[in-house]
Design a protein around this ligand. Structure first.
Ligand code: F6P
Length: 398
């Protein structure tokens, strides 16, 4: 009897899902396994069972396609419902139904491709004896067990392209441009695109900030003859009063979004300057995967098949360069990996003079790398704080 592997893609989509599917299917074929793809995430596993046969022939040409040919569901019957300690509890009849499907179709291993919430569902399947392995995906890059998730590189490519475009129009009109990016409660997308796209201010959930420091940076730039400023704000950044902006969703995670508007309005109010907002939204999740994401996703697909063949159920594949390894899914879920405020990327950004809104403009690089610069006067090279403060006063007087 032939061996068979099932695969599904669950949760929000991201570039690279099709590359995982293709990697899985081609590896299956090489190792003598059949492959079936369940449709619409976990929904296709039960009532009605919906799946397609996947072959190297039927998956030709999908490597560079965005989205997922299997479809995905974010808030279906298996969706995360807050239970004890935020644990996702799946109704017993659904678990039983999935078990029956897996048995009837002779599935030797079910590859579940998903983010934190989707992998928590896979973990429960595992606890009920269903042979699952996990593949992490999210544009947010916030899963603790893996150095990178595919989708992230494509998302920052998109956000960087947006910043490149905003740069030229901001410069032409001498405007402040605010770009709101996704990322949930981690600032990876804002940080990396902000560095790659020449952002001047980057606001992320991991670093508290104030409007005073943001405005100071803008005016400081003006005092240096730079009449425009690019502000990148992560959707999950906290407002100075600690609040986060989004729609509360009974029993589910908050739907983040809207902080860009608050930041833009307040900058305009404080500085009497023209500021414009661009909310990138789901553009970050669409389109072709980058080369990096194609390679990572393909490796995840092939190594997920390896986990099934090795009988390593309940584990999730993860990238820890130079290794492609795995960890128990239970260790991988519910642990958000946030930006280290003292990590190398933040340090480098500060060293370049990028503001995180947490310090006066002429102090953003102070103390970075712990180097003592004795040749600089206390307040920086040109007494810039004073210059910027005078500029604030002048702006408010206008
Ligand atoms: O987790 C990926 C992500 O795109 C987040 O960055 C964002 O907050 C969320 O999903 C948006 O979800 P939805 O597509 O359900 O609005």
């Amino acid at each position: 009897m032939s061996k068979r592997i099932g695969i599904l893609t669950s949760g929000g989509d991201c570039p690279g899902l099709n590359a995982v599917i293709r990697g899985t299917v081609k590896s299956c074929a090489q190792l003598g396994y059949d492959c079936v793809g369940f449709l619409k995430g976990y929904e296709g596993l039960y009532d009605p069972v919906q799946y397609v046969q996947l072959t190297p022939k039927s998956t030709v040409g999908i490597l560079n396609q965005g989205g997922t040919i299997l479809g995905s569901t974010n808030k279906g019957r298996f969706a995360a419902v807050k239970g004890v300690e935020d644990r996702v509890e799946i109704a017993q009849h659904l678990v039983d139904g999935v078990k029956e499907t897996v048995n009837q179709l002779d599935i030797d291993g079910l590859i579940c491709v998903g983010g934190d919430g989707s992998l928590a569902i896979a973990q429960q399947f595992h606890e009920h004896g269903i042979p699952v392995v996990g593949v992490p995906k999210t544009i947010d890059n916030d899963l603790s067990a893996t150095a990178f998730t595919f989708g992230f590189d494509s998302a920052i490519e998109c956000a960087t392209d947006a910043l490149d475009r905003l740069h030229t129009t901001a410069a032409s009109h001498e405007r402040i441009m605010v770009l709101e990016v996704m990322g949930r409660h981690a600032g990876w997308i804002a940080l990396h695109s902000g560095i790659a796209g020449g952002g001047d201010v980057i606001l992320i959930p991991e670093i508290g900030w104030s409007y005073e420091h943001v405005c100071h940076k803008i005016l400081h730039r003006e005092s240096q003859g730079k009449k425009f400023t690019l502000v990148v704000v992560a959707e999950g950044a906290h407002l100075p009063d600690g609040g986060i902006v989004g729609e509360e969703n009974a029993g589910r995670q908050i739907k983040l979004g809207g902080i860009g508007k608050a930041v833009t309005t307040e900058i305009e109010r404080r500085l009497h300057r023209e500021a414009r907002l661009c909310v990138l939204g789901h553009l970050q999740r669409g389109g072709m995967p980058t080369t990096f994401d194609r390679v990572l996703a393909t490796q995840f697909g092939a190594h997920a098949v390896r986990l099934v063949v090795e009988g390593r159920f309940g584990e999730m594949i993860c990238s820890r360069p130079p290794e492609m390894t795995s960890v128990p899914i239970s260790e991988a879920v519910h642990r958000v990996r946030q930006v280290d405020p003292n990590g190398p990327a933040v340090q480098a950004a500060r060293a370049l003079g990028i503001s995180f809104g947490d310090r006066p403009a002429d102090e953003v690089s102070h103390g970075v790398f712990d180097i003592k610069l004795e040749h600089l006067p206390e307040n920086g090279p040109d007494n810039l704080l004073e210059t910027a403060e005078l500029a604030v006063e002048a702006a408010l007087a206008n």
